[in-house]
Design a protein around this ligand. Structure first.
Ligand code: NAI
Length: 786
């Protein structure tokens, strides 16, 4: 017999299995298989495939493989239901969402067990994290529906949302997507992941029970082909996707040029940075929450530990000790820390990556795991920054550990990834934490915490982790459409500029040959050619004919000017006020230039005056378009900070060559971006003339770069460029499609619009919407009051 003292020293746990009888009964009731949930009813099951419990390998249900016609029926149902749903008052929609939240609450334990059986995650997590957060999302967004008209005056829903979600947080991802969509007045067709469709189907049953009007929520099950049929369906107005970066890219390309709104929440390789003065025990718990939460199948998992060299041995020892105590096994056991990997395919992927890492020289420290679809907690040391374990998203309980010496090293290592989803920073020095938080490229930063989520806080990535936010005000905004100006006569492509050697043109009336403006200096185009700029009476000047090389130089110069983004809004405002004043002083010169293009004196004066006022307006906004403290559940001040995107490529519209340029470049630079601008292809001289004004206004070199030439070719180079963070394109529909497609390479943000659609002289030419486009929210969780 075991003595009590022995038990206490071993601290073994007995098993504590969660009762799954209710779920087994539910599955038995659906033994014939599940159909899709379309227009408030389930279709008959067809083309079914098996869903398994990864912990046992047993088939637990059969669900239907959605075909194009199923997707079509679901989109039609959503379309039919949408006007009525949107016409309800915000209060009435809120009542529906509150009812849904309450019904979910009543079924909370059932949903937690079902999620665990379907996905393999420990019951402790589904019970204490996933399902409570699902419910919180519904309540929170019911609130947004209630106050929508006050908080987002004039905003309208997109229409029908097509949503595709992954298998790692099946019901939580559904709630993140469905709750804001419905609150805003959209209707939804959602496709859950093929490994984990069951809680979505249970959610549909609960929605019906809660009285959600038919057609408002539709669920179509199936694999990637079903997903592609949904995202590509012409009846879908907004696509929201969470999943792999690879599929995110496919979707970006698939819907290029379709005018569908898009948000992408993709992969990550997030750093967890431990400074020498961190509370090491707490930081070890941070690692547990980061990478051993949900078997490491978390997009924002802290999968790269960066630890200060001075404390690395001690930290590694503490971590390994903690690791050895983790219980891997039956997900339904309440003592389990690490459950089953979602599917044998995923297990195979983890094994293959770890094997490759081992072959590359990584030293592996592993706990134990039972037979079956399990993988042990794994710590990899001795990994080179370029090795597979340090660069690939593994999506398993595998973490790398490397060391750094200085905070700058830590930042460089943290940002040495193509992703930018999250970061976790550990130090008792809050100054240091906040300094580093500002420097890491990540959409979410946790200070002395990891993997904390709340419906009130925006979540989402930068770089190849995608764009758009879920949760909080920014998440709500992503489900609301901003009015899209429509062109009366859509823009057509201008004739390609004809390369003209300067010497072949008569000396008059051409006064001089303009240059490109790169890195604060005038630059001759690489081609050595210019092109004639037409005016009222023949050519009025020669504009440089820029090419790919010039764009690359300009992007490099823009990168070098990164100090602009780090300046305070006040400093940027001062420079921009000065710019406005200097342009004012030379107003008549610019007016003459515009007149020479064939504009009337009156129109030219209006354009210059409006441009000057617009610069003042954005100068004023430079220190006013600020962030917020988000109201989250835990003891944090959760900051939402609008950060610049980085380097923005801007292809300007043809008409109003000065005002079009100013309307796009100014909001971008006011927010701290650096710009490579392609001015109006027809009349670039209105912009190239600006270089003198920029010079005299102390705009640092490289903040604004001007490369004239063939707009679509230059914009294409910008969209292809992996060091450009966003492209704004105001040209033809075909050009817009091309830009969106090319942007998939590094998943840069795009804003493509018909160049002739917007009235640049009026309200459409200026406003907060431009500043929103020029920024991305960084959410920083700072401990507060705990
Ligand atoms: P995935 O990206 O293929 O699947 C996510 C969802 O997209 C599923 O519902 C799937 O059916 C759907 N889908 C697949 N192809 C599609 C297409 N062409 N068009 C529209 N929808 C499509 O992810 P998968 O294959 O399940 O996992 C592979 C790897 O991706 C994982 O090992 C992990 O590294 C990463 N991943 C990352 C996630 C994240 O949240 N960051 C989530 C899931 C996977």
């Amino acid at each position: 017999m075991t003595k009590i003292t022995e038990l206490l020293t071993r601290l073994d746990y007995g098993t504590a299995p969660e009762d799954s009888a209710v779920v087994r009964e539910w599955l038995a009731r659906h033994a014939a298989g599940f159909g899709h949930f379309i227009n408030g009813a389930f279709t008959a099951p067809a083309n079914t495939f098996a869903v398994t419990n990864p912990a046992t390998g047993a088939d637990i249900a059969r669900v239907s493989q959605g075909r194009a016609e199923d997707v079509d029926a679901a989109v039609k149902a959503a379309r039919a239901a949408q006007p009525k749903w949107a016409a309800l008052s915000g209060h009435d929609r809120a009542r529906h969402l509150y009812a849904l939240a309450r019904h979910l609450q009543q079924h909370a334990r059932f949903l937690a067990v079902l999620e665990t059986i379907d996905n393999g995650k420990p019951i402790r997590e589904s019970r204490d994290i996933d399902i409570p957060l699902v419910i919180r999302h519904l309540y929170h967004h019911a609130g947004w529906a209630e106050v929508l008209a006050d908080e987002f005056p004039g905003a309208a829903p997109h229409g029908v949302c097509g949503q595709v979600i992954p298998w790692n947080f099946p019901l939580l991802m559904l709630a993140w997507k469905v709750a804001p969509a419905l609150a805003a007045g959209n209707t939804v067709v959602l496709k859950p992941a093929e490994y984990t469709p069951l809680t979505a189907l249970a959610f549909a049953e609960i929605a019906r029970e809660a009285g959600l009007p038919k057609g408002v929520l539709n669920i179509v099950t199936g694999d990637g082909t079903t997903g592609a049929a949904l995202t590509g369906h012409p009846g879908v107005d907004k696509v929201a996707f969470t999943g792999s970066t690879e599929v995110g890219r496919l979707i970006r390309r698939q819907i290029a040029g379709s005018a569908k709104a898009l948000t992408l929440e993709l992969g990550g390789k997030s750093p967890l940075i431990v400074f020498a003065d961190a509370d090491l025990d707490a930081a070890v718990e941070g690692v547990v929450d980061s990478i051993w939460f949900n078997q490491g199948q978390v997009c924002c998992a802290g999968s790269r530990i960066l630890v200060a060299e001075a404390v690395a041995p001690r930290f590694t020892e503490l971590l390994r000790r903690r690791m050895s105590g983790l219980i891997v096994g039956d997900p339904l056991d309440k003592n389990t820390d690490i459950g089953a990997i979602v599917h044998p395919v995923q297990l195979q992927r983890i094994r293959a990556l770890v094997d490759q890492g081992r072959a590359e020289g990584a030293e592996l420290h592993q706990g134990t795991a039972p037979e079956g679809c399990y993988y042990p907690a794994t710590l990899a040391t001795g990994v080179e920054p370029a090795s597979v374990l340090a660069t690939e998203e593994i999506f398993g309980p595998v973490v790398t550990l490397s060391t750094f010496r200085t905070p700058d090293d830590a930042v460089a290592l943290a940002n040495n990834t193509r992703y930018g989803l999250a970061a976790s920073i550990w130090s008792e020095n809050i100054n240091l934490c906040l300094d580093i938080a500002g420097k890491v490229k990540a959409g979410v930063v946790w200070i002395n915490a990891a993997n904390v989520f709340d419906a009130g806080a925006s979540f989402g990535g930068m770089r190849e982790s995608g764009f758009g936010r879920e949760g909080g005000r920014a998440g709500m905004a992503a489900y609301l459409a901003t009015a899209r100006p429509q062109a009366k006569r859509p823009e057509t492509a201008p004739p390609a500029p004809v390369a003209t050697p300067a010497e072949s043109l008569p000396a008059t009336p051409i006064d001089r040959t303009a240059k490109l403006y790169v890195g604060g200096k005038q630059a001759r185009p690489d081609s050595g050619y210019s092109y004639a700029v037409p005016g009222a009476k023949g050519a009025v000047g020669l504009a440089p004919l820029g090419n790919r090389k010039d764009i690359r130089n300009a992007v490099e110069a823009a990168h070098a000017a990164k100090g602009w983004g780090a300046q305070t809004g006040h400093n940027r405002a001062q420079v921009l006020y000065f710019l406005a004043e200097n342009l004012s002083a030379r107003a008549s010169e610019f007016q003459d230039r515009l007149h020479s293009f064939g504009q009337t004196q009156g129109a030219a004066r209006t354009e210059v005056d409006t441009a000057i006022r617009r610069i003042f307006w954005y100068a004023a906004q430079a220190d006013k378009f600020d962030g917020a403290v988000q109201a989250t559940k835990s003891a944090h001040v959760t900051l939402a900070i609008p950060e610049p995107l980085g380097v923005v490529g801007i292809a300007c519209p043809l008409a109003l060559p000065l005002l079009g340029f100013v309307s796009l470049v100014l909001p971008a630079i006011a927010m701290g971006n650096r710009v490579v601008a392609v001015p109006s292809q027809l009349h670039p001289l209105a912009a190239t003339d600006l270089y003198q004004v920029l010079d005299t206004s102390d705009v640092p070199g490289g903040v604004v770069n001007i490369v004239s030439g063939e707009r679509d070719a230059l914009a294409r180079t910008l969209a292809d460029h992996s060091d450009v963070d966003a492209v704004w394109y105001f040209g033809t529909a075909e050009g817009g499609r091309m830009i969106e497609e090319a942007s998939a390479g590094n998943l840069k943000q795009t804003w493509a619009e018909d160049g002739a659609a917007r009235d640049w002289t009026g309200d459409e030419g200026q406003g907060r919407a431009f500043l929103t486009r020029a920024t991305q929210i960084k959410t920083v969780w700072v401990p507060y009051g705990a």
